[in-house]
Structure formats: C-alpha cells, structure tokens
Ligand binder design. Structure first.
Ligand SMILES: NC(=O)c1ccc[n+]([C@@H]2O[C@H](COP(=O)([O-])OP(=O)(O)OC[C@H]3O[C@@H](n4cnc5c(N)ncnc54)[C@H](O)[C@@H]3O)[C@@H](O)[C@H]2O)c1
Length: 376
C-alpha cells in the first residue's frame, strides 16, 4: 500500500500494515478489562469466541485479565493502577474492554481514569466505528438491504470539544457565564484525516466524506477544511466530499448507501455513530476500536455498562464479539476476524439473538451459538 505522499505524519495505514506483518506469526498478548455493569457479561462471551478460535483457527492468544472497575475502586480506592499505561504499552498488543460506569461511582471517576485515561494516555487518536448492516431485518429504515448500509466512521478521539477546556464566571448567579472550548490542532486534524484516506485505500473504499459545521464554526472548521482538501489532493484515486453535519444526520437516515468512509471531529463523530448504531440494529451490535497505528490499541463495544440490564443475562454480546473481531484484524489475524463476522451474520439470520434483536436467547446462549458456528 503506498504511503500518503508528502505527509510528515506517520502513515496510519502503513504503520498498521507493519504491525500486521510483524505480528502475524507471533503470540498476541491481549489485556482483557471487563469493567462494570454488563461489561463482564458481554466480554465473557467475546472471550469464549476468542478461545474457540484458538481451537478452530490456531489463533495464538495470551489473555490476561484485569479487574479494573467500580468494584475494585470501592474496595481498594484504585481506578487505573500506577504504571498501568506503561505496562499496557510495553507488554501488550491490544486491549479488549467491556464498559465502565456504575451508579455507585457518582463522579464517574472510574470511567474517567480508566477509559479516558487509556484513550488519552496511550494517544489512541482514531476512534474507528463500523456501521454495517448484518441482516436486513435489523434496520428500522424501510426497504434496505445489507449492502445499503456499510460504512466506517473515523472519529477524532483525543481533542475537539472533549478537551476539558473552559470555565465559569459568576457561577451560580443570574449573570453566570460558562465557556466550553474546542481544541483543534493541525497535527490532530491531519492525522485523523490521513488515517481515513489510508483506510479507504487499504480497504478498497472509494470515497471519504468529511462532516463539520464550518459554515458557523469558522476557525476550527476552516482548519479542518484546509487540511481535508490538502490530504485529499494527495489521494486523487479516492473521491473526497464534504457535508455539514446536520445534513449528514439527515442523509444517514434517508440515503445511508452514499457513505464509504466518514471522518469527523470528536463531538460530531460521537453523535453520528450513535445514529449509525441505531440504523443497523442498536447499541447492542455496535463495535469500536480506539487506535494508534503501530501501538497497543483499545477495542470496546460502543455501548455503556447499561446498569438496568446488568446481572440479568439479557445483554446482547454481539457488539463485544464484533469488537473482538476488529481487534483480531488489528493484530494481524484477518481470517479469524472474518470467521467471527460470518458466524455472527449466520446467528442473526437464524434468530439466535437476545431480545433487543427480537430473539429469546440469553447473553450466554448467543455467545455459545456464535462460538459453535466457528466450526471445529
Ligand atoms: N464506553 C463506555 O464504557 C461507556 C459508554 C457509554 C456509557 N457509559 C456509561 O454506562 C452507563 C449507562 O449509560 P447509558 O445508559 O447512557 O448507555 P448504555 O449504552 O449503557 O445504554 C443505553 C441503552 O442501550 C441499551 N443497551 C446498551 N448496551 C446493550 C446491550 N449490549 N444489549 C442490549 N441493550 C443494550 C440499554 O438497555 C439502554 O437502553 C453510564 O454510567 C455511562 O456513563 C460507558
């Protein structure tokens, strides 16, 4: 795969390719962090599928479990242990996490320290979220086939509106002023746009669409516009177009087939991907990766800890299982990754699903059904 010419930023696709070549033959070291709520239940099924792949596809995985989450925090006062980031960066190839958040952690400290701590501390600047219809029955949109909804979203994952900059003046008074700033660095904008184009080339995608609100956000939007045009001009074989994010939200419902690869900032990417999950069956099936090409990266289902579902055995494990498939592709096991996706499609087609997809199976039964379909 050719590099993105003229970029002084590491080519995301190339770095990823190097990782794949480097690690294909090796034992992959995976950190498993189930987390809170339904996290442990869905991750148990993802691990079941990974263990099955060891037998059926000879995938070599070393799985190391970590109990970081609200229970540990309440018991020991520890969220992300000291030196954890260094250990993850040096001793692991990938991280598979469940979800973080529990009503007992009212300040949401565990999610902030563990999840955002890993995203920021490991500089996982790509939030990659596929929006892929597994079965036509799953979409709430009328008259759509599986091929009509198949795109990926590249969400910038380290800056934008989530940088925590801002403040209050005269807080608590009738004249209160609150500012909430958005951070856009040339480096941050360029590397996510480069990653989107690299992905398009590496995966045979024809088009990259950028979503922004540059008609009113004149400064950050202007930077995104200039960098997008610049990177696009270096990739003439990929069609590049732009939509304002409000129009994209509408078109994602009316005409989702027009999208191949979408790139956007942290806030818009966050919102668009919940909409994306909704048009392919809901949060229970949505997978994601937090990636820094060539480095240890974090894979997690899009959903949260869903406290009302926890402990009932009814959470859908498909999002976590497809997340494990994304992780395997990242560490170089493409065949095993494709096998998971095929098994999930077959399971859904045969109605081996939890109630959110209209079935009657438990979390564990769905995991077992998918594992069985991986063959012997
Ligand atoms: N990445 C993360 O760890 C993450 C992401 C979002 C929210 N959270 C946290 O999770 C907690 C709950 O947040 P929320 O309710 O806004 O979001 P949520 O994703 O946990 O749940 C939203 C809705 O989706 C449904 N849902 C989610 N996952 C499902 C699954 N696997 N199967 C079937 N249905 C599923 C839930 O029943 C609920 O109706 C909060 O503490 C929040 O901060 C964590």
């Amino acid at each position: 795969m050719p590099a993105v010419a003229g970029s002084d930023i590491e080519s995301a696709g190339n770095a990823r390719l190097q990782t794949e070549q480097k690690t294909t033959q090796q034992m992959q070291r995976i950190a498993i962090i189930p987390g809170d709520g339904i996290g442990p239940e869905v991750i148990r099924e993802a691990v079941r599928v990974l263990e099955r792949l060891r037998e059926t596809h000879g995938v070599e995985l070393q799985l190391t479990h970590f109990d970081w989450g609200v229970d540990k925090f309440l018991r020991e006062g520890v969220t992300l242990p000291a030196a954890a980031l260094e250990m993850l960066a040096n001793d692991f190839d990938a991280i598979l996490a469940g979800a973080f958040g529990d009503p007992r952690d009212t300040a949401n400290k565990v999610a902030e320290d563990v999840l955002l701590g890993m995203r920021r501390g490991l500089d996982l600047y790509i939030n990659l979220r596929p929006v892929q219809l597994l079965d036509a029955r799953l979409t709430p949109l009328r008259d759509r086939e599986v091929d009509d909804i198949d795109f990926v979203v590249f969400r910038e994952n380290t800056e934008g509106a989530y940088c925590g900059a801002g403040g209050f003046l005269k807080k608590g008074t009738s004249e209160e002023i609150a500012t909430q700033e958005e951070l856009n660095t040339r480096r941050g904008v360029e590397r996510i746009i480069v990653a989107a184009f690299d992905y398009a080339r590496a995966h045979g995608r024809k088009k990259v669409t950028m979503a922004d609100k540059s008609n009113v956000q004149r400064f950050g939007g202007d930077l995104w516009q200039r960098v997008f045009k610049e990177v696009a001009s270096r990739c003439p074989e990929i069609q590049a177009n732009h939509q304002y994010v409000d129009a994209m939200a509408m078109f994602m419902v009316l005409d989702p087939g027009q999208y191949d690869v979408i790139v956007s900032n942290n806030l818009f990417g966050d919102i668009l991907t919940d909409l994306g999950a909704a048009i392919v069956g809901g949060l229970g099936v949505a997978a994601s990766g937090n990636i820094h090409p060539g480095r240890v990266s974090l894979f997690e289902p899009v959903h949260g800890s869903a406290p009302p579902l926890a402990g009932k055995g009814i959470a859908n494990p498909v999002g976590a299982i497809l997340t494990a498939a994304m992780m395997l592709e990242y560490v170089g096991s493409k065949t095993a990754s494709a096998a998971i996706e095929k098994a999930v499609r077959e399971s859904v087609a045969n109605n081996e699903t939890t109630s959110d997809l209209g079935g009657s199976l438990s979390t564990e039964e769905v995991g077992m059904a998918i594992a069985r379909r991986l063959g012997s």
